[in-house]
Design a protein around this ligand. Structure first.
Ligand SMILES: Cc1ncc(COP(=O)(O)O)c(C=O)c1O
Length: 446
């Protein structure tokens, strides 16, 4: 008898093929040659920013103090370790991050995700019904891809140098008319991925005002989630100190999502959500229980220890490193790609530059991409099949912009490069190869 394959749900079917970016990165990772190929595509942090020794020490301290860090190798509670929650509060209040005070927490709570900020973002997709989600364009393609597979309809509003363009947003909202009822939430990345554009405090406040008004208009609270993944990585001292959106929230709609991935280590998998106490936050905590009870308790306690001991110096060190890299890479972009670059975002926070080229396509079928990944099919460019010339990967803009949005055309000339993972000599080499790739394209055209 003929037997059919496993019956998949719509989400299962959509997930059974890897996303375009995953496919790209996997193809590149297969046969990746250390010391030869250069990965400017991954969002990995720089290994040198990870405090290996302090993490080892923190682990010892935690295990040596079972009175404070109770049963650290056992299961944890689903809201998160009380020690860690206290440390996060202290970290915010004492450092006055974003203007958060003791009172900010009177009506709010913190929940630790099962597996980093990503698990909290993913939980939202299960707890809110599908419908419209508003975000900035270019958008955080990993989460937006997840949202699309779960049946959400993304409306992406182009950003300018201050973040999501609120005038443009108002026009889009007006055009929705009655369909506004189907808006489920706003997702705003405060230092955007891929562009590293910093959402200004003015824009942040405007966004909270707009969503507050919208909530009143449709008679239901619409949550606005601010993803602060890179907000501790503002390394340019000319940038105004970032305020927390929680300070602007009068209705109880603002949630902030943070992570220790970028300032300590992604491997700890610690992300947290701060927001108004109530049904939504409770549902997040239940969801954490459903998907793994809690983040590993030992990692939560280690993180608590690290937040209580020397986190300020750690953040300073991390930012100093990225700032130096940002400056060097910007100079090389100007020196090597100079005339061909129409726009370049980033450099003040996080570790990405997002470039728009004047004429050149950057998508996976372009000459530029093929040259850099050695897939032109020409031995002269690619090198011999058993010893190919060095390869470089980046994230093409076509995967960062909304596929049906207003940036589709310009997205074909854009790309994100990360200066996080690779060291400076490799990044310089990659930019030199990009210069050659541009020359290769120009030769083919002439
Ligand atoms: C915008 C954004 N949010 C969330 C994350 C993931 O955070 P976590 O490591 O805590 O899951 C990333 C990682 O690159 C990110 O870029």
């Amino acid at each position: 008898m003929k037997i059919r394959d496993v019956l998949l749900s719509t989400y299962g079917k959509a997930s059974s093929v890897p996303s375009a970016v995953n496919q790209l990165m996997t193809n590149f990772a297969v046969g990746f040659r250390d010391e030869c190929d250069i990965n400017l595509g991954v969002g990995y942090v720089n290994e040198q920013t990870i405090p290996h020794q302090q993490i080892q020490l923190a682990c010892e301290k935690v295990l040596a103090d079972p009175r404070k860090y109770r049963a650290a190798l056992n299961y944890g509670g689903s809201q998160g370790s009380p020690n860690l929650i206290k440390s996060i509060k202290r970290f915010y209040i004492e450092n006055r991050i974003g203007g958060i005070t003791e009172e900010t927490f009177d009506s709010r709570d913190i929940a630790i995700g099962a597996n980093g900020a990503t698990s909290l973002l993913e939980s939202i997709t299960h707890l809110l019904p599908d419908g419209f989600v508003l975000t900035a364009d270019p958008m955080y393609y990993i989460y937006c891809n997840d949202l699309a597979r779960k049946g959400f309809n993304i409306i992406a509003v182009p950003e300018d140098e201050e973040g999501l363009d609120t005038a443009h947003l108002k026009t889009k909202l007006a055009a929705l008319g009655n369909q506004k009822q189907a808006i489920r939430f706003f997702y705003i990345v405060t230092v955007n991925n891929p562009t590293c554009t910093i959402l200004s405090n003015t824009r942040k406040r405007e966004l909270v005002d707009i969503v507050t008004q919208l909530s009143y208009e449709i008679g239901r609270k619409i949550p606005i989630f601010f993803d602060n993944a890179y907000s501790d990585l503002v390394h340019d001292s000319n940038v105004e100190p970032l305020e927390s959106a929680l300070c602007y929230d009068e209705l109880g709609i603002v949630y902030e999502i943070g992570t220790l991935s970028k300032i300590l280590a992604p491997g700890l998998r610690i992300g947290y959500l701060i927001g108004p106490k109530g049904a939504f936050l409770n549902s997040i905590i239940q969801r954490t229980s459903d998907i793994g009870f809690s983040a590993p308790l030992i990692n939560q306690e280690i993180s608590s220890y690290l937040l209580d001991h020397g986190i300020e110096a750690q953040i300073e060190k991390v930012n100093k490193g990225y700032h130096e890299k940002a400056k060097a890479v910007k100079n090389w972009i100007t020196e090597l790609l100079g005339d061909g670059v129409e726009a370049c975002r980033g450099g003040s926070a996080g570790f990405y530059y997002y470039l728009t080229l004047k004429q050149l396509s950057t998508d996976a079928t372009s000459d530029f991409f093929r040259f850099l990944t050695r897939t032109t099919g020409k031995a002269r460019i690619d090198g011999p099949s058993d010893a190919q010339h060095p390869k470089v990967i980046y994230i093409p803009g076509e995967h960062c912009v909304h596929p049906k949005g207003e940036m589709v055309e310009v997205g074909k000339r854009q790309f994100r490069i990360s200066y996080g993972f690779e060291e400076l000599p490799q990044i310089r080499k990659a930019l030199e190869l990009m210069k050659s790739a541009a020359a290769y394209h120009n030769n083919l055209q002439s």
